[in-house]
Write a protein that binds this ligand. Sequence first.
Ligand code: BTN
Length: 219
Amino acid sequence: MKIIRLDEVNSTNDYAKKHCPENDELTVVTAKKQTHGKGRRGRAFLSGEGGVYASFVCPADKLLTLRAAVAVLETLKRFGAAPLIKWPNDILINNKKICGILTETVQNVSVVGIGINVNNDISAVNDIAATLGSENSPDAVFAELCSAFERYIGFPERELIDKYKKSLILGKNAVWNGLSGTMEGITDEGYLILKTVGGDVVAAGGEVDVISFDNHARV
Ligand code: BTN
């Protein structure tokens, strides 16, 4: 894997889109911090020193985001954490977000941006965010993430979906596109099945607000 290491950048996703054409070798851009880390739906992603910020450039694949989520799960588990997935690709620990994933696709090339809170300062978002803890180094987490990503990029689809499903938060009430229901499962394409009063709805994009975590936080 080709690794491009930067001290500081606006966004590793933007850097990768600009400078890294897709080729046969998997490429990853990582930075110690980002000045304009991007989240989904135009949100900002807090990106101070101490976190892992990485963008993998790879061929587009409909299950890429699921692959990335499973790779992050496995990485975090190696550091003793017990993460779960909030559909489609937020990774939570104790109902708080520890990792966000932003996949951007241009033609047949995708940039999968992964941000993991390791020991960066999250005091501004303490109520909804979590870190892996100060005893862990972002470099060690990044190294694990690269090997996990490489492993899951070519993983068989069926097994990948099964792995993803095992760690997916299900059975909770959630709202998707204004519709509320219970998260029941996922389709073979990785879409969420929401059981509503009007019947099953397949959520084929966007994200959900989970409204029945024990602490009633909306993540
Ligand atoms: C989200 O949770 O909304 C997605 C967050 C994605 C953050 C990562 S950090 C590395 C890459 N570069 C960015 O600007 N964003 C992604």
